[in-house]
Design a protein. Structure first.
Length: 484
């Protein structure tokens, strides 16, 4: 048990430190690139990602999660998974290549065909990476995973910036993403010295495939639910509106993509290793979920509070229409981030059906409300309807984890109540200051003063309402630095 805790603490330290650097550079590069490109470029890349993402999901087919979740696995079985994933990835890229022209004609966007054909190379890279990345997760080798992700992200950022400065427009976003994925794929193979033998024993991995296929359907539904906004906007509005949404979503999702993913990537292999000890699994889940909420929620709410001066300061005037969408997406992202963490914990317990059902409900409830909103009121109507429907599906998945781990109502309240009090205090203070004291200042002064006051107020409120949490964080941080 001590060894498991040490690996988890070290994993958190490595993931947190590297994610912090990547988060900073991602913000800087996103702002820089957004000043060089126009909303239409982001809209085109987002449209190409709709089709490409489907084939990436099909190529991996939940194999990596199946490899991680299995208690024991042999080299021959790993090789079988590798070749199955490789062949499937190659076939899927061929189909995607043929469909690119059809998609371009459907959207009446000539540039889209070549964008899809190049971006589709991600299908091959992701298929190749399935086994070596899963080996790293099985070993809880978060040092390699974190450093690889960080340097891969830096590679993508540098390529994107250079190409954007040279005037390659939307190609800079596509090639930068490919460069990052290629770096990470090669690194996993080199560090684990993984060389697959020509072995194909399908019968030996039937159980793994069953788990993976269940996750595939769940991932498919997740992909659909996550891309309903882009699909609806591309069908009912313009490329410019799609680009506005994409930029707002990029900014609003950065905390969940970096910090939220950090926790979600940790909880799945962690729970997979201790799922037979339900008490330890429960304690691990509560501690990590509470930490996730306290770390990310003030970031999301803070971004929503400073949205107006933030967009004015860091982006050009062409991006001013994203202010309200950005604020709404920050709130929606809170439910999505917590839901992702909870479903990953349930998958670690060996149950992928809850994830499947959750995304079914998300598509039916949120999807229907978003369609109603975009059909009647456009982009803003879609986002407001999405915001209203998100808590409904969140309650479902929260109920499932409390039942599986036998979490009491008092323990659920303890996860949310102190945080809620801190947030109310922070929002009331920052909003009051912005209206009474900061209103006549310049946008950059408003941004700086609102950000500083928000941080001071939240930490003060946390000390007042959740002092025990701060004590736990301090203990974990001290333990983390000692161990690393």
């Amino acid at each position: 048990m001590d060894d498991f805790k040490n690996k988890l603490v070290k994993g958190f330290a490595w993931q947190a430190s590297t994610k912090l650097f990547v988060q900073i550079f991602s913000w800087v590069s996103t702002i820089w690139v957004a000043r060089l490109l126009v909303p239409e470029d982001y809209g085109l890349v987002a449209m190409s990602g709709l089709l490409t993402g489907i084939f990436i999901m099909l190529a991996t087919t939940g194999f990596a999660a199946g490899v991680v979740n299995r208690v024991n696995i042999s080299k021959a079985e790993l090789d079988t998974v590798f070749w199955l994933s490789f062949v499937l990835g190659g076939a899927l890229y061929g189909i995607l290549f043929l469909l690119a022209d059809v998609a371009a004609e459907f959207y009446e966007e000539e540039k889209l065909a070549n964008a899809i054909k190049v971006a589709g190379l991600m299908v091959l890279l992701c298929a190749l990476k399935v086994v070596p990345s899963a080996i790293a997760l099985r070993a809880l080798d978060y040092k390699l995973i974190s450093l690889n992700g960080m340097f891969g992200a830096f590679t993508g950022i540098v390529v994107t910036l250079i190409m954007a400065i040279m005037g390659y427009k939307y190609w800079s976003l596509i090639v930068g993403t490919l460069a990052a994925e290629l770096f990470m794929t090669v690194t996993y193979f080199v560090f684990y010295k993984y060389i697959p033998n020509f072995v194909f024993r399908l019968k030996s991995i039937i159980d793994l495939l069953s788990f993976g296929i269940t996750l595939l359907f769940a991932s498919g539904l997740k992909y659909i639910s996550g891309n309903i906004p882009l699909l609806l906007l591309s069908l009912y509005t313009s490329t410019t509106n799609t680009g506005h949404y994409q930029m707002a979503h990029t900014f609003g999702s950065l905390p969940s993509n970096k910090v939220g993913t950090l926790f979600s990537n940790l909880i799945f292999p962690a729970i997979s290793r201790i799922k037979t000890d339900k008490e330890l699994a429960k304690k691990t889940f509560i501690q990590m979920h509470t930490s996730l909420l306290f770390v990310t929620t003030p970031i999301f709410i803070g971004l929503a509070l400073v949205a107006e001066p933030l967009v004015h300061v860091v982006l050009t005037s062409s991006w001013l229409p994203i202010i309200l969408p950005f604020q709404i997406i920050c709130i929606i992202a809170l439910f999505q981030m917590s839901s992702l963490f909870i479903t990953r914990a349930i998958e670690g317990l060996g149950d992928a059906r809850v994830t499947f059902n959750y995304h079914v409900y998300a598509i039916i409830i949120c999807g229907a409300s978003m369609w109603f909103g975009v059909y009647n009121w456009g982009l803003y109507g879609m986002l407001i309807c999405w915001l209203v429907s998100s808590p409904i599906v969140y309650v479902y998945v929260l109920g499932k984890i409390t039942k599986k781990l036998k979490i009491q109502l008092s323990e659920v309240v303890q996860m949310y109540l102190p945080l809620g009090a801190c947030l109310i205090f922070m929002c009331t203070t920052v909003y009051g200051l912005s209206e009474l004291a900061f209103k006549d200042l310049s946008k950059i002064q408003q941004l700086i003063l609102m950000s500083i006051s928000g941080m001071i107020v939240f930490f003060t409120a946390t000390y007042a309402f959740a002092r025990s949490y701060m004590t736990d964080v301090k203990r974990i941080m001290v333990s983390t630095f000692k161990k690393t």
